[in-house]
Design a protein around this ligand. Structure first.
Ligand code: SAH
Length: 239
């Protein structure tokens, strides 16, 4: 079976490899809105699931594959970045005869970065702000460490309907080590019909502008925002 990345949105970011694997699948498994992004094919069975039951979804997909179905589990972006690939590999330990192939996709951080310029042009790290799967203390420690190390931060899952205080808390933690004038990019629904890109600063980052469809990029000490609104991080780091 395959775990397939659909890219952050849109046909243009679906790789030819992913397109081919999806076309050959007998069964698609995934969170409903992601399955809906794949064009319907006659005879192909679509198993739309809830977003919360990753382990069950993975085991279901693996049991279909064990019966001989050609299964594609779909994920947004890259399936290895805060998505289904790890859940499937974990469940696959109980399905030793079922080979799992990971088909990569464009991840949201790279799509957002490209719209803003090149903010990830030097060293950066990737952090999920969700505390559903790890304690907030771990998130806070990592944010502090990244800020201290002067890494650019790409932040996934910054907020949800019920999770709203983390963006403000993250901003305050990073600002312990970083200038309030540091450029910040908020990319929302990138590649989709409601895409917006906002360039602001760490000091002016307004958490009410950020929801679950956003990805944040917080610059390092060398990240620049030009007068034209382009954001980039130079390749060279001062000695
Ligand atoms: N596997 C996905 C990430 C899943 S986590 C990937 O590689 O992109 C879900 C988070 O991804 C969202 O909360 C948001 O932070 C980010 N994201 C996904 N699609 C996005 C898009 N089109 N625009 C902006 N951020 C997006």
């Amino acid at each position: 079976m395959a775990v397939v990345g659909l890219g952050p949105a849109g046909e243009q970011w679906l790789t030819p490899e992913a397109r081919q694997v999806l076309a050959e699948a007998t069964d698609l498994v995934g969170y409903g809105p992601y399955v809906d992004r794949v064009p319907q094919r006659p005879g192909q069975i679509r198993h739309r699931t809830d977003n919360r039951v990753e382990a069950e979804r993975a085991a279901h997909a693996l049991s279909l594959a064990r019966e001989g179905r050609r299964v594609a589990v779909v994920s947004s972006g890259d399936p290895g970045v805060f998505a289904m690939a790890s859940a499937v590999l974990e469940a696959a330990e109980d399905f030793p005869g079922v080979p799992v192939r990971i088909v990569p996709g464009l991840t949201a951080a790279h799509a957002v970065a490209s719209r803003a310029g090149a903010p990830l042009g030097h060293d950066y790290c990737v952090v999920s702000l969700s505390d559903l799967l790890k304690p907030w203390e771990v998130v806070a420690d990592r944010l502090r460490a990244a800020a201290r190390a002067d890494l650019v931060l790409a932040i996934y899952n910054p907020a949800s309907r019920s999770r709203t205080w983390q963006v403000g808390a993250a901003r305050d933690l990073v600002m312990e080590h970083r200038d309030p004038a540091t450029p910040v990019v908020i990319g929302r629904d990138v590649g989709g019909p409601q895409e917006t890109i906002t360039v602001t600063t760490l000091g002016e980052l307004d958490p009410s502008q950020v929801d679950m469809r956003c990805l944040l990029i917080i610059g390092s000490s060398t990240t620049r925002a030009t007068d034209g609104g382009t954001v980039y991080t130079p390749r060279r780091y001062p000695a």
